[in-house]
Design a protein. Structure first.
Length: 492
């Protein structure tokens, strides 16, 4: 059946809702902006409130007989060559949990790359799934992790033949990609599903010069954040499904368990509009973004003290398999400062917000929403940063461990440690104890400490020195990291 991608069912239903002059005696209580605070209306505009309607009994009738949302999901599935697509309004943090719960249950094993996002760890805590950690490929020289290889997943399956499937993150927030086709092959040889956390890959299906996206590589479930590299609203996420290893009804049931019963139609509209935009113009928009990113990369590379990580840095035997050039990752270590200080300077002095920051890098992602003007502003600000760097204080040094020191023993299941008896101990007394909390440098949001892991001196030095240097650790129980939450059942 022919599919018409000029349609946008959610957007069209919103227009029809307004034109029909429907009068709702239902939530939301602002009643099409009439009850909203005037200052909020001035700040946001009434269009936000006009688009904020019930999905059932507003956008569609109470039984969803017009299939507005279902038709929008079917159009997106067609646009990216998936068999099923589901919209969510709680970000990929919800989507990836739903995917995990559709593959494994309490006390069942799931192979997971240890470079997973904190939402995956939250899924472990909530579900009671037993993680089998698969080691990333560590670049000790650049102090960065790349996705695990297919060989590493093969070895993990041999050691744990009772595992129910696997989960891998690709691309990483740094743009490093796995050989997903090979990893899917390892899973499918055993008749087991592969979940890909492709939160940073919304753009991948729309241009042949980008890494192969998860569905084309044979993954069973793919989770994508449309708000990251696409043009959806924050929290807009989708998960795609293909094959017969995970029933679509089961995946939907798991998502319903976690999702809200009051989804934001505004977010649905953003997803629907993005799909239409990319189905009709995605290749051209992405082509322009790729060219712009290439120009930005070249210009930054010519600046003294700056180096842009590129394919030659990330892709080699033992490192990543592929590379997305749109996350422009800039090594600023030669400036004698940290990524935290550089990001703070750019925001304070040039009004530029960098995304990813760590002890030696900042990230400036380029999307189809950028143009020559935004690129010019970025380059001008970076040039000013190189001139200002000699006068910046050196700042505290981050004590970055060697790769082997970053890996901690998983002494308890994350769920058991998180919900069990716990106590707060001074950080200098925490080595040898089992963590009862998650501690995550953010962004990119990859936990350094998981509930159930045994803490070590090198890891604690990394976190405390990082916190002093400006590392953001938003989920630590102690905001100043003076104490660590540990299990009370065991003492070193």
């Amino acid at each position: 059946m022919a599919v018409d991608h000029t349609e946008a069912p959610v957007l069209e239903a919103l227009v029809e809702f307004r034109q029909a002059g429907r009068l709702s005696f239902t939530p939301p209580g602002h009643k099409q902006a009439r009850g909203a605070d005037p200052a909020v209306r001035d700040a946001l505009g009434d269009a936000v409130f006009f688009g904020d309607v019930l999905a059932s009994g507003g956008l569609d009738d109470r039984l969803m007989r017009d299939r507005v949302l279902q038709r929008a999901e079917e159009l997106l599935a067609d646009a990216v060559h998936a068999e099923h697509t589901f919209f969510t309004t709680c970000g990929s943090s919800l989507s990836v949990k739903a995917a995990m719960l559709a593959v494994a249950g309490p006390h069942e094993k799931l192979l997971i790359g240890r470079d997973a996002h904190k939402s995956v760890v939250s899924g472990l805590v909530l579900s009671g799934i037993e993680p089998v950690w698969v080691e990333p490929r560590w670049d000790a020289e650049r102090a960065i992790a790349h996705p695990p290889s297919a060989d590493e997943f093969e070895a993990a399956f041999r050691a744990h033949p009772d595992a129910k499937g696997a989960l891998i993150t690709s691309p990483t927030p740094y743009g490093a990609c796995a050989d997903l086709r090979a990893v899917a092959g390892v899973c499918h040889q055993r008749g087991l599903p592969l979940i890909v956390d492709e939160a940073w890959g919304a753009h991948l299906p729309f241009h042949p010069d980008l890494p192969t996206w998860a569905m084309d590589a044979g993954a069973d479930i793919c989770v994508t954040s449309i708000h990251k590299m696409g043009s959806g609203l924050e929290q807009g996420s989708v998960f795609h499904l293909q094959g017969d290893l995970v029933p679509p009804q089961l995946l939907k049931m798991r998502a319903d368990l976690l999702g809200t019963t009051s989804p934001s139609v505004l977010i649905y509209a953003g997803l629907d509009g993005w799909r239409r935009q990319m189905a009709l113009h995605g290749h051209a928009l992405t082509d322009r973004a790729l060219q712009l990113a290439a120009d930005v990369r070249s210009a930054i590379e010519d600046m003294d003290g700056l180096h842009v990580n590129d394919r030659a840095d990330f892709c080699a035997p033992g490192l990543a398999d592929d590379f997305d050039p749109l996350p422009v990752i800039i090594d600023i270590s030669q400036l004698g400062t940290t990524g935290y200080q550089a990001a703070d300077w750019l925001r304070e002095h040039r009004g530029i917000d960098a995304h990813l920051t760590d002890h030696r890098r900042i990230g400036a992602q380029i999307t189809h929403g950028d143009d020559e003007e935004t690129a010019k502003e970025l380059l001008s600000a970076l040039k000013d940063l190189t001139h200002a760097a000699p006068d910046l204080p050196a700042g505290p040094r981050v004590d970055v461990p060697q790769p082997a020191e970053l890996r901690l023993e998983q002494a308890q299941l994350p769920r058991d440690a998180f919900f069990g008896p716990a106590e707060d101990v001074p950080v200098h007394q925490a080595a040898g104890r089992i963590a009862a909390e998650m501690i995550t440098p953010y962004p990119p949001g990859i936990p350094a400490v998981l509930p159930g892991e045994r803490l070590t001196e090198p890891l604690l030095r990394y976190l405390t020195s990082g916190h002093t240097a400006g590392m953001n650790l938003p989920d630590a129980a102690s905001t100043d990291l003076s104490t660590i939450r540990v299990t009370a059942a065991e003492r070193a």
